[in-house]
Design a protein around this ligand. Structure first.
Ligand code: SF4
Length: 266
């Protein structure tokens, strides 16, 4: 979406268009590199923001200074003295939405509703778009979905990034943009988000035992669980017991792990 908006403006955005990326501290390293590649290759300022407790509500960071060890997320959990879960998903609002609102207040002196939020949901993400519009209408915000308006679908996005590799199903051709995110779809957003399906989280544990450690430590320190059904330690134990048994994760909806907000950018 950003690439196409830049193209529509001759490669340079108007001064009052702010591009933002909210880092939870638990993003995959490849996500951070990807955002950095977008800003450097396309010569566009991307405002990297992180949640901070206090009146200002955010900190401006950059590729080199961005948290990679979950510091903003951990500070939020410590401030709340409990964990988010599927029913109380306040991490999305605090770590993604509010820092971007705070940035807009700081940069342009505007409150939500005083500007248009441009969100990269596709045409095939209809339900998410309707829910987003409904929620925006309730709170007096203005949202727009240019990819959906242009009828851009998942395959179009894959083709934009992978080109001929999409047909070959392996990287044998140059990438059309010279780079891409390089993650499996289920690896996006926070690296062990509790909204990812159980099969996916077990697969992530199998791929890299280090990933769940941070999440297990938060459960230990608060005495809570991100997922009422299985603690992180339970999942690790299940994987240890059957290391070669792969749960079916194919039918799990890996691209909705963070619901509506964590996929949004303003
Ligand atoms: S990706 Fe998951 S854990 Fe991270 S902020 Fe969003 S809902 Fe919370």
């Amino acid at each position: 979406m950003l690439h196409e908006i830049l193209r529509a403006h001759g490669g340079r955005l108007p001064d009052d268009v702010i591009v933002a990326f909210a880092n939870t501290g638990k993003e995959h390293m490849k996500t951070l590199r990807f955002v950095h590649e977008c800003e450097t290759r396309w010569s566009v300022r991307i405002h990297w923001v992180e949640w901070r407790k206090g009146a200002r509500g955010f900190e401006l960071v950059g590729y080199n200074s961005a948290s990679q060890r979950g510091e903003p997320f951990r500070a939020l959990i410590e401030s709340k003295q409990r964990l988010p879960n599927g029913h109380e998903r306040w991490c999305t609002e605090y770590l993604k939405v509010l820092p971007i609102f705070a940035l807009m207040r700081h940069q342009l002196g505007l409150e939500p509703g005083g500007y248009e939020e441009v969100i990269g949901l596709r045409d095939d993400e209809g339900l998410r778009i309707f829910s987003g519009m409904e929620r925006a209408a309730k709170t007096g915000r203005s949202v727009t979905y240019p990819l959906a308006k242009a009828k851009v679908r998942k395959d179009d996005v894959w083709r934009f990034w992978l080109g001929e590799n999409l047909d070959a199903r392996r990287l044998g051709h140059p990438l059309p943009q010279g780079f891409d995110l390089g993650l499996h779809p289920w690896e996006g957003n926070c690296d062990f988000c509790f909204l990812k399906g159980k099969g996916i989280r077990k697969r992530i544990i199998r791929d890299n035992m280090v990933v769940p450690a941070w999440w297990a430590a938060r459960e230990l320190s608060t005495g809570g669980q991100f997922d009422k059904r299985d603690s992180v330690e339970d999942l690790i134990a299940q994987v240890r017991k059957t290391p070669s048994l792969f749960d079916s994760a194919d039918d799990e909806e890996y691209d909705v792990e963070c619901g509506l907000h964590c996929g949004e950018a303003a």
